[in-house]
Design a protein around this ligand. Structure first.
Ligand SMILES: Cc1cc2nc3c(=O)[nH]c(=O)nc-3n(C[C@H](O)[C@H](O)[C@H](O)COP(=O)(O)OP(=O)(O)OC[C@H]3O[C@@H](n4cnc5c(N)ncnc54)[C@H](O)[C@@H]3O)c2cc1C
Length: 382
């Protein structure tokens, strides 16, 4: 027996979950197939920052990526208020704002801060009295951009898909919309791959040989216990932040700091031990008043899985590629997911793929939600 759906989505990270939720609202009969746990690989490992583009002004000018991402925080905020594409009013934010602070020469940071303001007028320079306690030196700019509790986002989206998530992966795909999962045949009007690095496997099953995907490695560093929370980017007047910091409660009243930015990019080229020493030295220089000797450290190593744009570069926004009834989709950043969902909708409309009259499919057993990197990490004292 072949099982029929309007749409089958592969991959239960933020892209698959958000798109599935939007398509359900539009009445499509769908299932979401996840090979491991819901919440994805990159999604639960991400820093959960909804970017408004300031991060992409660090060369001192407004890049294409900065311009295209600037509209995203408002799209997400509408969802959090329950008035957007989907209802995310149950999602918790770890912080409503992010800061940019100097993590090196103040002079070299000034152009950066000026460019940041041109992308988003709401970015404001903080008076000294409002500096986050841990930061002593300005200028500090505050951006009205949320940092999300990603697990609450994943849980909220998963609720919308009760009975419609299936643990498994594609063993065979035909461009006419047939797919084999666990030896069972499924047929759909459209198959959407939002499988992150797993999209490479879909391209292989479709016998597509050209290089459409890239991976960019990172080694995120975790350090605890931290007495205060901080959410922001340490700036040195270079295209990338020296460090990007998010903070996550550790159930003892302290925080785990999750370090990305240049620390994670450089750390990916090192052994874990080298990456810890590098991160510790960087943090000692950026926060010289803090005691970095009595801390525990851990790391998460993984890849950002993205498409190439037509010129072979990192895309400045979300990406889709079509093969027959198969659509491959990459958000490029979590922040871009509402725009990715727009592209998927446009493609469905152009392809005349409409919701069929609803027949209630058999309810499927729930697929488990994954863990944050710090919940599974092996900690070391340095
Ligand atoms: C360390 C890090 C920090 C980041 N921080 C930010 C940030 O602060 N802000 C931001 O906007 N972006 C950030 N990003 C980028 C963002 O996380 C990603 O763009 C986004 O999460 C990608 O989501 P996804 O759903 O496409 O992929 P994933 O989250 O990787 O999900 C893919 C899912 O597909 C499943 N899968 C794979 N193969 C198959 C298969 N064959 N069949 C079925 N399922 C399959 C996987 O198990 C996984 O669950 C960060 C990325 C990283 C790595």
């Amino acid at each position: 027996m072949t099982q029929n759906y309007d749409i089958i989505i592969f991959g239960g990270g933020i892209a698959g979950l958000f798109i599935a939720s939007r398509l359900r609202n539009a009445g499509y009969n769908l299932i979401l197939v996840e090979k491991d746990k819901l919440g994805g690989v990159q999604t639960l490992a991400s820093q959960g920052m909804i970017h408004g583009g300031q991060k992409y002004t660090l060369q001192g000018n407004v890049t294409a990526q900065a311009a295209s991402i600037a509209a995203m925080p408002a799209r997400w905020d509408a969802c959090f208020e329950g008035t957007g594409d989907i209802d995310l009013s149950g999602v918790e934010a770890l912080s409503d704002t992010q800061v940019m602070f100097p993590a090196g020469s103040v002079l070299s940071s000034l152009t950066v801060f000026a460019a940041a303001k041109t992308v988003n007028g709401k970015t404001k320079k903080l008076p000294h009295k409002d500096f986050p306690e841990i930061l002593k030196r300005g200028p500090i700019y505050e951006m009205q951009e949320k940092v999300l509790d990603i697990k609450s986002l994943v849980s909220s989206l998963t609720e919308d898909l009760q009975g419609r998530t299936l643990k498994g992966e594609a063993e065979e795909i035909l461009p006419d919309g047939q797919v084999v999962i666990g030896g069972q045949k499924f047929q759909a009007q459209a198959i959407i791959f939002t499988a992150g690095a797993g999209n490479e496997m879909a391209l292989k099953l479709l016998n597509i040989k050209e290089q459409h995907t890239q991976r960019r490695p990172l080694r995120q560093i975790m350090v605890k216990p931290m007495p205060q929370a901080l959410y922001g980017h340490g700036i040195v007047g270079k295209p990338k932040p020296r460090v990007t910091i998010t903070s996550h409660p550790d159930n003892t009243g302290s925080y785990i700091w999750y370090l990305g930015g240049n620390i994670a990019e450089e750390g990916a080229k090192m052994t874990e031990a080298e990456a810890f020493s590098f991160a510790k030295k960087e943090m000692q220089e950026i926060f010289p008043d803090m005691d970095w000797d009595n801390k525990e450290w851990a790391s998460w190593q993984g890849d950002r899985a993205e498409a190439f744009d037509s010129a072979g570069h990192l895309p400045t926004g979300p990406c889709i590629q079509q093969r027959g009834k198969i659509l491959l989709a990459w958000p490029t950043k979590l922040t871009f997911v509402p725009a990715l969902a727009d592209s998927v909708f446009e493609w469905l409309q152009k392809s005349q793929i409409k919701p069929s009259p609803e027949t209630t499919p058999p309810s499927l057993p729930a697929v488990e939600i994954g863990s944050y990197p710090w919940e599974e990490a092996t900690w070391q004292r340095l």
